[in-house]
Design a protein around this ligand. Structure first.
Ligand SMILES: Cc1ncc(COP(=O)(O)O)c(C=O)c1O
Length: 430
């Protein structure tokens, strides 16, 4: 269903779009020109503007849970604010947070690491960015499965490196090692694996993780495991521990494990993530971070310590809510003739094929906002045209009503009128 050709065309089109005259007039750098705005953040803004105008928006575009941050996090943050002693921290994070991350790594990865193997950053996003800055030279290539998280290509481009998205040859969301293997060149430096995946919710098999760990070790490639959703998985699955398949667990290991509090603890606004890797790499990442942002805010680090060391029940409760929301969303999407939905194994999203209605996902997403005030994210932003990403983070009401509105807007068999609250919509486009 997808081709490499389409993907290359997309990147070329994007590059040409970004080469506009106004950039030349302002002497904007080539790298600056090549970076596009985050699609998801842009959509959050559109949703907020419409809501401010009193529009009955349903936001199925978001990537953050609606639940509250754990009380332990809030109490810890309040404690440091009340003390009035809010200062700089070490560039790689406060010792208490590093200790909490070390314990997390022991609990979930059965691996003992030293404080020098850990860096805390302002979000998993920054941890990934400083890791890429530490390992990639301009022109070097970073491979990641497609569909992919919107930031991977832009992060690579910010370094002058080359993003290489990898579509599974069989058209599924589950790449095989051979799919990755055929993209490796002498410029390849790194592979990024995100499982469960944003946007598809696909959790890769233990066999695939074992193979990719082994392959990267044999080829001397860095492997970034973006495990930000690893506890938010469904149908009785268990998180997969990449270290189980590593032969080299010494300080020469090129395995980098990324995690954070944003998703699992519903703490997206706290901006704390981390990386666990070999000591030398962490030292280099720390040097980079020290000149970039310094250490993350001490208030947020304390909150993260609170969450990591505190009562853990909120994580399971979020996981159960997401699984239930996933089930409801799949049921609704499956009742939709023109839509092909793929059951997510975890994370916050359903990535569904809407190409029957419109092959241009940006046009389709704009149409849905305009006609029925439902926000979705166009698949092309994740490297796959014809799809929409629908978030399962909201309430059941958001999901059912959002999909009902989408169905009404697209399906010619739906009744001609739809009520949104007291507002009557009449369909005049089908
Ligand atoms: C796959 C993936 N990795 C990393 C991140 C970044 O997380 P954080 O909020 O910790 O920066 C996100 C956030 O959307 C994500 O989806």
């Amino acid at each position: 269903m997808f081709t490499l050709f389409k993907l290359k065309k997309f990147f070329k089109k994007e590059y040409i779009r970004n080469k506009g005259d106004e950039f030349s007039k302002m002497s904007i750098s080539l790298i600056g020109r090549s970076i596009s705005a985050s699609a998801t953040l842009k959509l959050n803004e559109i949703a907020a503007i419409l809501r401010d105008k009193g529009e009955p928006v349903i936001h199925l575009g978001g990537g953050e849970p609606k639940s509250k941050a754990p009380l332990d996090a809030l109490v810890a943050a309040a404690g440091i604010i009340n003390s009035g002693e809010v200062r700089y921290t070490p560039a790689d994070g406060i010792p208490a947070l590093k200790q909490a991350i070390i314990r997390y790594t022991e609990d979930f990865y059965n691996r003992k690491v030293a404080p020098e193997n850990v860096i805390a950053s302002s979000g998993a996003k920054q941890a990934i960015m400083v890791a890429l800055q530490a390992i990639l030279n301009p022109q070097e290539e970073v491979i990641f499965p497609a569909p992919y998280w919107v930031s991977y290509p832009e992060m690579a481009k910010m370094i002058g490196a080359v993003p290489v998205p990898c579509l599974a040859e069989d058209g599924s969301f589950y790449p095989r090692l051979s799919d990755i293997e055929r993209l490796v060149t002498s410029y390849t430096k790194c592979v990024i694996i995100n499982s469960p995946n944003n946007p598809t919710g696909a959790m890769y098999s233990e066999q695939f993780i074992a193979e990719i760990v082994d392959f990267c070790e044999r080829k001397g490639l860095y492997l970034i495991m973006d495990d930000i959703y690893h506890r938010l998985i469904f149908d009785g699955r268990k998180p997969i521990n990449c270290y189980n398949y590593a032969k080299d667990l010494t300080e020469n290991s090129k395995l980098i494990v990324i995690n954070g509090v944003s998703k699992q603890y519903a703490m997206t606004g706290f901006r704390i993530g981390w990386a666990v890797a070999n000591k030398k790499l962490i030292e280099v990442m720390t040097n980079i971070q020290s000149h970039q942002t310094s250490g993350p805010s001490v208030i947020m680090q304390k909150a993260a310590v609170g969450a990591l060391n505190g009562v853990q029940s909120s994580v399971e409760s979020l996981r159960l809510t997401l699984e239930n929301n996933r089930n409801v969303m799949m049921e609704r999407l499956n009742a939709f003739n023109g839509v092909r939905a793929y059951k997510p194994d975890g994370a916050f999203y359903c990535f569904a094929d809407f190409s029957y209605y419109n092959k241009d996902s940006i046009k389709l997403a704009n149409f849905l906002i305009e006609k029925v005030r439902v926000v979705t994210v166009p698949g092309v932003e994740f490297g796959l045209e014809g799809f929409l990403r629908l978030s399962t983070c909201g309430s059941i009401k958001d999901i059912t009503e959002g999909i009902e509105r989408i169905k009404w807007a697209l399906d010619p068999d739906s009744p001609n009128e739809l009520y949104i609250g007291l507002r009557k919509l009449v369909r005049d486009w089908l």
